[in-house]
Design a protein around this ligand. Structure first.
Ligand code: SAM
Length: 470
């Protein structure tokens, strides 16, 4: 799951208007803190909260990074396929924000049926590859290809560089050259076998960050030539960081990383021998239009983890993989995905209309109007977020045939205010026709250091929970 440390450092200023003096500010801070504390208490009291710290390692990527098949593409926002057994889900499951297919994989392993939806074409591609067992013959051909790759690479053509403006900045020239040759060799070697080609393409996309001069951090990517110290970023000496990271033969490093990843995937392929892999359905689409592509379909259980209301834009942090992998081919196409995605980040279409949500305006009213997140439009983001979640919950309610709906979600904090997303979603669920709501608290999240003073004694409200609606 994504981290909830969503505040930029420059938001560390005190709450209140810049023209009030120190004494007034302390009074106003104290009043705001007391009001927020009472409001959180009031809202928390509307739904039963239960400790389920045993779920902690199942709701985020770290605990599952080494699970077979799951590990083929690092998807920071993913949860564990084992939630199926942990939560006691039924035989026919819907995950309307399925990401890289965690639940679909769990369902395949357990012999259940599942349907997943996600707006991100890379996520759906990864899910489909994981759910498409290759035959022994195909796996043998992939193995042979990998064994002969080093000998064939020099005579291969280069795949065209995508139109991403930073395309030649995110890789060292030799690494980029090697990557583009692998890509075109894979395409030509498996031109008649889409399944094997996709298997290899997933491995290729999955290693981009490992061999790249960038890494994903927070709400985007950072360059490896900079190092973060407590005092800020420093430039690492040119030549030295590359040597430390890639060794002295960058071509070999790239080939070895790719081949090792494919071999790991081939090793995991034994898990395809048991289960119902081809019974799972992964759909690229917008959950807000779910009724259009799943008309009248019913499920025993629904489980999902929506983007958290924390400003993280997946299309920003995954832009290298999206462009290089061929999932977007223009700024217009990536912009369209960004706009259509859930209003959890500032790049989404915040102009779409929305209905009000109980209590939200009371939290917004307590926010520090001088904080950068306020100025950037976080109040509209929150209004849009809960409105999108209302639409989602309505769809889920009508798609559920009697079972439960589980939502894995984290609370967030902006401009000195904690938003108890879990409780607010529980209440939205009741408004959408669910009869009972409960919150299972999986773990507590840290408050960003610059917010700690303002939110002292309220940190317990920074939770990652499973909202249960029935
Ligand atoms: C927290 S992640 C879910 C990860 C998933 N549980 C997994 O294990 O891989 C949230 C997902 O919501 C997707 N998303 C955002 N807006 C969406 C929308 N409008 N419709 C469908 N999916 C959306 C994102 O692409 C992202 O994969």
């Amino acid at each position: 799951m994504t981290s909830l440390r969503s505040f930029p450092a420059h938001e560390a200023g005190a709450i209140g208007s810049p023209i009030i003096n120190g004494a007034n500010r302390r009074t106003s801070d104290g009043f705001r803190h007391r009001t927020l504390s009472a409001l959180l208490q009031e809202v928390n009291d509307t739904v039963p909260l239960r400790d389920r710290s045993d779920l902690s390692s199942f709701v985020n990527w770290k605990g599952n990074a080494e699970s077979p098949i799951h590990r083929w593409l690092r998807y920071r926002e993913a949860y564990s396929p084992n939630l199926i057994t942990k939560l006691g889900l039924g035989d026919n499951i819907l995950d309307p924000f399925c990401g890289c297919g965690s639940i679909l994989i769990g369902a395949a392993e357990n012999g259940n049926a599942s349907t997943g939806i996600d707006i991100n074409p890379l996520a759906i591609f990864a899910a489909k590859v994981k759910l498409t067992p290759l035959s022994r013959t195909q796996l043998t051909a992939v193995k042979q290809y990998i064994n002969g790759l080093e000998a064939a690479i020099d005579s291969a053509n280069r795949w065209p560089i995508p139109g991403l403006s930073i395309a030649s900045k995110v890789f060292e020239p030799t690494i980029l050259d090697t990557l583009l040759r692998i890509r075109s060799l894979t395409e030509s070697s498996f031109s008649g076998d889409k399944e094997s080609r996709d298997f290899l393409h997933l491995a290729w996309v999955a290693i981009l960050e490992k061999v790249g001069s960038y890494f994903k951090e927070g709400n985007g990517i950072k360059y490896r030539n900079k190092k973060r110290l407590k005092t800020g970023y420093i430039h690492r000496p040119e030549g030295q960081w590359q040597l430390e990271r890639f060794g002295c033969d960058q071509r070999k490093f790239t080939l070895d990383t790719f081949c090792a990843h494919v071999r790991m995937m081939i090793q995991d392929a034994r898990f395809w021998r048991k289960g119902a892999w081809r019974d799972q359905i992964a759909i690229e689409g917008n959950v807000l239009e779910m009724d259009r592509f799943l008309p009248g379909k019913k499920f025993d259980s629904i489980v999902f983890s929506p983007p958290y209301a924390n400003r993280f834009d997946y299309f920003e942090s995954m832009k290298v993989e999206l462009w290089f992998g061929g999932f977007v081919d223009s700024y217009e196409s990536i912009g369209r995905f960004r706009k259509a995605s859930l209003r959890s980040h500032l790049g989404a279409d915040l102009n779409r209309s929305c209905q009000s949500v109980a209590n939200l305006e009371r939290f917004i009213a307590l926010m520090d109007k001088d904080a950068s997140s306020w100025r950037m439009g976080v109040p509209d983001l929150l209004r849009g977020y809960f409105d999108d979640m209302r639409v989602t919950l309505k769809h889920c309610r009508s798609a559920l045939a009697g079972g439960k709906c589980f939502i894995v979600v984290g609370n967030s904090a902006f401009a000195g205010v904690i938003i108890p997303t879990d409780v607010m979603l529980a209440n939205l669920g009741l408004e959408c026709g669910f009869r009972k709501a409960e919150i299972l608290v999986a773990r507590h999240l840290t408050v960003a250091p610059q917010q700690r003073n303002r939110l002292q004694s309220l940190e317990d409200n920074m939770r990652e929970s499973v909202v249960v609606l029935s």
